[in-house]
Design a protein around this ligand. Structure first.
Ligand code: GLA
Length: 402
């Protein structure tokens, strides 16, 4: 499915950031919000479909954020509005359950539900969202939504879930529960960790086996590089069964191998391990996960050594693995990465859950414009919808704006 035309460049946030959400809140609800909180979308540099395999991934926070203007209520009512959606919700917190409310309201209501589930006392709220993270582009607009609401509620109720990284890890797990249980998307947790735990100018090395992190320097301009997002505008959805199928294959593989997860497969033993898996598809899925975790390790080693410009071949290998072994690419993503490379990208790969959404390209800064126009031309030639390309840097985590 192709989405309708978006603006060609992401809108610049108004000053102060979040003021549009606050103003619209006042218009909708007749008084001012208690404040505005925000959380970023994310793009994963490398380490795809590894999070639910207890593996490693390496996201950065986007400069694009979702702003949540919030005021708590005395009762358990939820009144939810978004500037990006005509859909409005009014319901009781007690009516939030698996699959209800459907649509974006489930992510917001789900956070309240999951906080309560984790033992916190919560109340209803009025909410106005202004989401600047491109929707359906594989850039985690849903995690940005959840995390913006989560930090707001934590601050307003003094739950202490934003003050340090350990607390934020706990809050991330709560948001994952909201997404898995209420929104019913069986995702792995990378996105919420990125929205809550990334730091400006750094990539987040997340070890999904124990939730530990390391901040890895990611300074593009110091290396004369740009990171381009190439949003194919092919709608990607995580609840259409394909994502769940991939996850099930990985769990099946681990079970056949007698392991708790595919993380336990040593890279050096990969060939021997694959010989023990009779099914060719399950073998290919396993090969992707194990090689991808190794590529994260190698990428991090290069970044730590100040060799950012050398990660391109790892990006390329990651894309091939997702296209051939994990089978989650699509023609638009394949064209975007091929054309980007042909026009000077040092490496390019699809990113996120797959089946549409976005690819990234690491490009010498002076060639970013050329890559952008070449990809646009190639999409026209192939009769694809116009892509949406833009350069990004590593942004900061969820926070209170004012
Ligand atoms: C989606 C999910 C994540 C992760 C990625 C693939 O973004 O939400 O948990 O599995 O896909 O790496």
């Amino acid at each position: 499915m192709t989405r309708p035309d978006p603006p060609t460049t992401p809108p610049a946030p108004p000053e102060p950031a979040g003021s549009t959400a606050a103003q619209s809140f006042s218009e909708a609800f007749g008084s001012e919000p208690s404040g505005v909180w925000s959380a970023p979308g994310r793009v994963n540099l490398i380490g795809e479909h590894t999070d639910y395999n207890a593996g490693l991934c390496l996201p950065i926070a986007l400069p694009h954020r979702t702003y949540a203007a919030v005021r708590l209520r005395e009762d358990r009512r939820l009144r939810l509005r978004s500037l990006q959606s005509p859909k409005q919700y009014e319901l009781d917190l007690d009516d939030v359950r698996a699959g209800n409310p459907p649509g974006w309201g489930g992510y917001a209501g789900g956070v309240l539900w999951a906080l309560e589930e984790a033992g916190h006392q919560v109340r209803g709220l009025d909410l106005m969202l202004d989401g600047q993270v491109p929707l359906g582009a594989g850039l985690s607009s849903s995690a940005a939504l959840e995390c913006s609401v989560a930090v707001a509620v934590s601050d307003l109720l003094d739950l202490g879930l934003t003050g340090n990284d350990d607390a934020r890890a706990t809050l991330a797990a709560i948001c994952v529960n909201a997404e898995n249980t209420i929104a019913q998307a069986p995702t792995g947790g990378m996105d919420q960790a990125a929205a809550l735990r990334c730091q400006v100018g750094h990539a987040l090395l997340l070890d999904c086996r124990d939730g530990s992190i390391a901040q890895v320097p990611f300074d593009l301009s110091a290396h004369g590089l740009s990171l381009l997002i190439m949003d194919t505008r092919v709608e990607h959805a995580l609840d259409d069964g394909q994502y769940a199928q991939r996850r099930a294959s990985c769990e099946e593989a681990a079970q056949q191998l007698g392991l708790s997860s595919l993380r336990e497969v040593a890279f050096d033993d990969l060939d021997k391990t694959l010989d023990r898996l009779p099914d060719i598809t399950i073998r290919a899925r396993t090969r992707h996960v194990v090689t991808e975790i190794e590529r994260v390790r190698q990428t991090v080693a290069l970044l730590r050594a100040g060799r950012l410009s050398e990660v391109g071949p790892l990006f390329n290998a990651s894309h091939a693995s997702m296209r051939d072994d994990f089978q989650i690419s699509c023609p638009e993503l394949d064209v975007a990465v091929q054309v980007a490379r042909a026009h000077g990208a040092l490496g390019a790969r699809m990113t996120g859950g797959g089946f549409g959404g976005s690819a990234i390209a690491l490009v010498p800064a002076e060639r970013a414009a050329e890559v952008t126009s070449a990809v646009a031309r190639a999409f026209t030639d192939n009769e694809f919808s116009a892509p949406h390309c833009f350069a990004i840097t590593a942004g900061g985590p969820a926070r209170r704006e004012f």
